[in-house]
Ligand binder design. Structure first.
Ligand code: SF4
Ligand code: SF4
Ligand code: FES
Length: 264
């Protein structure tokens, strides 16, 4: 322990701390139970983000009415907007809770789970559909093997620059939450998956699976289901050019259909 830090200085209020932060959390104990809203008051400190508030509430699960409750449940991993796990609706807007700074939000702050994925508990949803859809379109470069494949083919600077923004996808689900065509009852794969198909279709080795990806995207729930509203681009935290990806994959699918017709 630092000997110069006394008990008094450790417990003294932060001179730049503001008023307590009021947070309303939509709670739901399980997938089939009724939901409720609980309000909490969190001590303010500079640079406080929503995850830090949730951590504080989890350690002090008492509502503003003084009622003892259970610690809220949410998903998170990296705490630096890389893993995409902490996505939720913050004041009605879908975004990552680890990068949402309290001082930039109107209060009281409302936290809700995403609506397009099955709820597990409280703010924690099951994003398996997204990962299963990535599997459906084989969103990978097929290099697994037990022998040395040698170095890969060179990729031009131009292609690297085109692919890099697409590779920044963190599978957060924001684009799916905002998409009017993506609903819990249909099979639309959504913008993230289409964009990942483009990323791997454009890779010199990944293109070995290009036709299989396009076949998958021409099935029910594929690219034809996109209504081109553009909501996905508006909410993507990584500014991925999703409409450009959708247009590119649509062109690839059309070309593939024509080629397949004439090669019969
Ligand atoms: S353009 Fe519109 S319909 Fe298509 S994926 Fe994006 S949000 Fe959904
Ligand atoms: S495309 Fe953007 S919004 Fe959609 S999952 Fe990837 S990072 Fe998230
Ligand atoms: S915890 Fe990983 S993106 Fe927020």
């Amino acid at each position: 322990m630092n000997p110069t830090v006394t008990d008094a200085t450790r417990t003294a209020p932060d001179p730049v701390a503001g008023k307590p932060v009021v947070i309303r959390i939509h709670r739901q104990d399980g997938p089939h139970t009724a939901s409720r809203v609980e309000e909490f008051s969190v001590p303010h400190r500079p640079n406080l983000n929503i995850i830090a508030c949730l951590q504080w509430i989890a350690a002090h699960p008492v509502t503003t009415e003084g009622k003892q409750t259970t610690p809220p449940v949410w998903d998170s991993g990296c705490l630096e907007e890389v893993c995409g796990a902490c996505t939720m609706l913050i004041n009605g807007k879908v975004r990552q809770s680890c990068s949402a700074l309290v001082d930039k939000l109107d209060q009281p702050i409302t936290l809700e789970p995403m609506t397009k994925f099955p709820i597990v508990r409280d703010l924690y949803v099951d994003r398996s559909r997204l990962f299963n859809d990535l599997k459906k379109v084989k969103a990978w470069v097929p290099i697994d093997g037990t022998y040395d494949l040698g170095s890969g083919p060179p990729i031009s600077q131009e292609l690297q620059e085109e692919r890099y923004p697409l590779s920044r996808c963190i599978s957060c689900g924001c684009c799916l939450e905002a998409c009017p065509q993506y609903t819990p009852s249909n099979h639309f794969v959504g913008a993230a998956v289409i964009s990942q198909a483009r990323l791997f279709n454009d890779h010199p080795t990944g293109k070995a699976l290009k036709n299989e990806r396009l076949e998958a995207l021409m099935q029910e729930g594929g690219i034809a289901d996109c209504g081109k509203s553009g909501n996905c681009v508006e909410v993507c935290p990584k500014q991925i050019p999703l409409l450009e990806s959708i247009a590119t994959v649509q062109r690839q699918a059309t070309l593939y259909t024509i080629t397949r017709f004439f090669s019969k």
